[in-house]
Design a protein around this ligand. Structure first.
Ligand code: AMP
Ligand code: MG
Length: 490
């Protein structure tokens, strides 16, 4: 047990508001201890913003806390219950390998969940071992911090701890625990769980809790549940448009992996696209391409339909009317998504004002990049820096025609060349967590070398710097990564 003094020294300031929800929504968990926890990576800047004391948490005592070996006296560890539509099929799930330590109240008064992922079995583990392997936890750490660097809402990673035991996946791997930080871990699937397994009052309590925690500005409105639905539609429209703009493919957009807060969560088989191809799928289990790059907005809308269904009892006493309210709300998603997307894409090509033909200009560029099988990120970097390498795409008739149309378009706005260049630099990352780099980091880490990862994380934290020292990280893989496969066996 951690004593009061140790808690104060670590900076932990945990609340447990989620535990006040009805018992339906969680189970208390007694954590197993792990044999010899050791820090692999620790996020000092995140710790600081949370009000945590890095040195203290990196000490032997702190590590044993992050490994779940020590209980926090005030906190009750819980696993959260949820359901979800997995590849279209409904299932009862829940935290099978994560526990919530509590909600850290930061010096600025913000509230963040602190979770341990890979800490052992919970009542929701079903057949699983509740554990996680080092590689996938490092992958989540790197990609989530990369997403944060890109300015995309995401859960964050505070630490990865090696447990000193082995887990058995495709092969024997070192076990690890990731400390995950999120504005909450409430998922669409949490509402599906309430709708299917709970009473009206329990669903109402969950909805009110989310309003208070995530959307306090609408919590007292008359039509607050419709407002809740609209807010979730809004944050997801913005999120998925950001994914599309950087070429991020989540890979497993099941409703249990979509948050009410609009943060990206559950970095399993996700990956960034190198060459532009809208059909790109990385996940080995996504045989139908359900979650392919081009389908992400459509799947977000499908997921929002499942979320909206759970709110029907709260939207109106008359079921028919409630259904129609829900349908109307979700039918706004695609337009909202499109507005976010076109605005992101305009910025990527330096456009400030709006013209109807912008959509065609953007789509024409994308189809040229696709035709020439070129790197998505780096083509925008070429446009940003007017730096056209000796490549077929830039020598092609299509590109030179497009380029003229684009330059003409830029003239139809008042902004100077410098202002346009600045916008493009801020909108086009040079650095994304490319698959081959992530693999190199994990390979080195598996051999005990964590320096490759530290360097990469530094570069990922400032993807819009466009500095010389980062150049080698912007290179695509030597051989095309189109056949790269990610695995859910995390
Ligand atoms: P994910 O694919 O990580 O989104 O997980 C889907 C579901 O499987 C969730 O309910 C997880 O908690 C559960 N799960 C994943 N891996 C394990 C594991 N090793 N042990 C127990 N449950 C797991
Ligand atoms: Mg999940």
């Amino acid at each position: 047990m951690v004593n009061k003094k140790e808690i104060l020294e670590s900076g932990l300031n945990l609340d447990n508001s989620y535990n006040n929800l009805p018992k339906l929504f969680f189970s208390e968990v007694n954590l197993n201890t792990v044999p010899s926890p050791k820090i692999v990576i620790f996020n000092n800047s995140l710790a600081k913003s949370l009000g945590l004391n890095s040195n203290n948490l990196k000490s032997k005592e702190g590590v044993s806390l992050l490994a779940g070996n020590k209980r926090i006296k005030e906190g009750i560890f819980i696993a959260q219950a949820y359901a979800g539509h997995q590849f279209g099929n409904f299932a009862i799930l829940g935290d099978g390998r994560t526990v919530l330590l509590g909600e850290q109240i930061t010096p600025l008064g913000e509230r963040f969940d602190i979770q341990l992922k890979g800490s052992g079995k919970t009542p929701y583990s079903r057949g699983g071992d509740g554990k996680a392997a080092l590689g996938p936890m490092l992958r989540e750490y790197i990609i989530s911090e990369g997403m944060y660097g890109l300015g995309i809402p995401t859960t964050r990673s505070l630490a990865v701890i090696k447990t000193g035991e082995f887990v058995f996946r495709q092969s024997r791997e070192e076990g690890a625990i990731l400390t995950r930080v999120a504005s909450s871990h409430i998922r669409f699937g949490t509402f599906e769980y309430a709708y299917h397994m709970g009473t009206y009052e329990e669903l109402e309590k969950l909805a009110n809790y989310c309003l208070k925690r995530h959307f306090p500005h609408i919590k007292d409105k008359n039509d607050k549940y419709l407002n809740l639905l609209n807010e979730v539609i809004k944050v997801q429209a913005s999120l998925v448009a950001k994914w599309q703009a950087v070429g991020f493919i989540h890979g497993v957009m099941n409703t249990d992996n979509m948050t009410i807060s609009g943060e990206t969560i559950d970095y399993g088989p996700c990956a960034f696209m190198d060459n532009y191809n809208p059909d790109t799928v990385f996940s080995s289990i996504d045989i139908q391409g359900r979650y392919a790059y081009k389908n992400q907005p459509i799947m977000a809308e499908w997921n929002l339909c499942r979320f909206a269904e759970t709110l029907i009892p709260l939207l109106d006493k008359n079921k028919e009317r409630a259904i129609s309210i829900a349908q109307d709300a979700v039918s706004n998603f695609y337009d909202l998504y499109y507005l976010n997307w076109i605005s992101n894409m305009r910025f990527k090509i330096g456009i400030f004002n709006q013209e109807e033909q912008d959509k065609v200009i953007i789509e024409d560029l994308l189809s040229i990049i696709e035709k020439y099988n070129e790197d998505y990120t780096n083509t925008f970097i070429s446009l940003t820096f007017n730096n056209y390498e000796d490549k077929d795409i830039f020598k092609s008739k299509e590109f030179s025609n497009w380029y003229k149309v684009w330059k003409e378009r830029l003239k139809r706005q008042p902004q100077s060349k410098e202002t346009v260049a600045k916008l493009m630099k801020e909108s086009n990352p040079a650095i994304i967590p490319r698959n081959h780099r992530v693999e190199d980091v994990i390979e080195a880490a598996n051999k005990g070398d964590y320096n490759v990862m530290k360097k990469f994380l530094d570069v990922l934290s400032r993807p819009y710097d466009h500095s010389k020292d980062q150049e080698e990280y912007s290179k695509p893989p030597k051989v095309s990564d189109n056949n790269y496969r990610t695995f859910c066996g995390t």
